[in-house]
Design a protein around this ligand. Structure first.
Ligand SMILES: [Zn+2]
Length: 431
């Protein structure tokens, strides 16, 4: 089912004409109203979509440098809402929305949720955090737009999630994938069965996740797991989402124009080549974004999708360019470790990478826990038990082979790896 047939099935030439028209309007709007854009873009002529490649990038640091409202294009009285990123490195990045921007956000979220199986009248359990973070309110508003019944549980308090999932029996759940797995695991520990919750679909996002994680989520809940992508600098969740084909995420490219560039040189890469996703907002009024460097590593395709939607699709995000680890000269994304570990049924789907940079050559240790059934077979957790020694050896070899790097694998006691009630922390660096 398609939420907006007209927009989502728009033929390629008409789509590109609309993109160009909206791009020109956005550039004019930004230049007229924001000094930052005026200084950088005045005189730039964009007569084709390809001309976009000649414009300068916007970085997250530009938002911080103009904190809090320096990139806003409307007077403060016209803002309907403000969101902000967590700001783990210094000041948060602040974004704003006019009433019209919020309507667009609701529309694109409703499209993504429809593509993932959401329907009018369904009850949706929202496990994303509410507040300045765009996850909770983004899903909330989109679900209301679609006509769903929203249960705004927010993140944290796993016990309350379990209670409400069991008693309300919602059709769908949305959360970070790591938090959803934590809910499932906790329920199993209490003697419950996540599959008996009767969920029809799960929508997950706000952190990079892999096909291994998908398999773990689908095994745990017994329903399909869909990826929904977004970032607050562009609008929030709903920038892109998977359809039933699950061969990439459809970008709402009538609102957000995608490019993929070489992270090092900034050169635009052709479809199919992996690089950093760059997005330009086409309709947002409060804070237009021109060529924003998302930091997310992906590839694009314009190939037709069997669902009938005609938008450009992006591959699931492999990681963030600044999450890339360099260990003994090998480039490694945490997601590559996840892809291997989460395919192994004898392990629980939680892991952590410990990087020790105090020695000349960085050392990588991967910590993961054996599954409860394995520990039971061993009569308790004893790392010296032959079964666990063998498991550690096999997983270590498989992982080393998959990522092309010798890994020190540790099987740790149950509940040693920190569980996340929001975004998971996958890498701990010791310097
Ligand atoms: Zn599709």
């Amino acid at each position: 089912m398609i939420f907006d047939q007209g927009a989502e099935r728009l033929a390629r030439p008409a789509r590109e004409a609309l993109q160009l028209e909206r791009l020109q309007a956005t550039l004019a709007w930004a230049v007229e109203r924001v000094a930052f854009h005026r200084e950088r873009l005045a005189g730039a002529r964009v007569t084709t979509l390809a001309d976009l490649a000649r414009l300068p990038f916007t970085h997250k640091s530009d938002l911080r440098a103009h904190y809090p409202f320096g990139l806003f294009a409307v007077p403060r009285g016209e803002l309907a809402r403000v969101h902000a990123s967590s700001g783990t490195k210094g000041k948060p990045t602040v974004v704003g929305y006019t009433a019209g921007d919020l309507d667009i956000w609701r529309e694109v979220m409703a499209r993504a949720m429809t593509a993932a199986g959401g329907r009018r009248g369904d009850m949706l359990h929202v496990g994303f955090g509410y507040g300045l973070f765009t996850g909770g309110l983004g899903f909330h508003d989109g679900a209301e737009r679609l006509g769903m019944t929203v249960v705004p549980v927010s993140s944290g308090n796993t016990a309350r999630h379990i209670l409400l999932l069991q008693d309300f029996r919602p059709a769908g759940i949305c959360a970070t994938p790591s938090f959803a797995l934590h809910i499932a695991e906790t329920l199993v520990e209490q003697g419950g069965d996540p599959r008996a919750l009767g969920l029809r679909y799960g929508m997950f996002g706000a952190e990079p996740w892999t096909e291994g994680m998908r398999a773990a989520l689908e095994r745990a809940f017994g329903c399909p797991a869909y990826d929904i992508y977004g970032l607050s600098e562009i609008i929030g969740p709903g920038v892109a989402g998977e359809c039933e084909a699950r061969e990439g995420l459809h970008i709402a490219d009538d609102h957000f124009l995608p490019e993929v560039v070489d992270p090092a040189t900034g050169a635009v890469l052709p479809p199919g080549r992996e690089g950093e996703l760059v997005l330009t907002s086409l309709t947002k009024r409060a804070i237009p974004m021109i060529r924003y460097r998302t930091g997310d590593i992906t590839t694009l395709t314009d190939a037709p999708c069997r669902c009938g939607r005609t938008s450009t699709r992006m591959a699931r995000v492999k990681g963030r360019s600044d999450d890339m680890l360099i260990i003994k000269g090998v480039n490694l994304y945490p997601s590559e470790v996840e892809a291997t570990l989460l395919g192994i049924a004898e392990l629980v789907p939680h892991y952590q990478l410990l990087v020790d940079r105090t020695t000349t050559l960085a050392r990588l240790e991967v910590q993961v826990e054996p599954a409860p059934a394995v520990i039971e077979r061993c009569g308790g957790f004893d790392p010296a038990h032959p079964t666990l020694v063998d498991l550690r050896h096999r997983v270590g070899q498989r992982l080393s082979k998959a990522i092309g790097l010798t890994v020190e694998l540790s099987l740790v006691a149950p509940r040693t790896v920190p569980r996340s009630e929001g975004k998971a922390v996958r890498v701990v660096e010791k310097r």
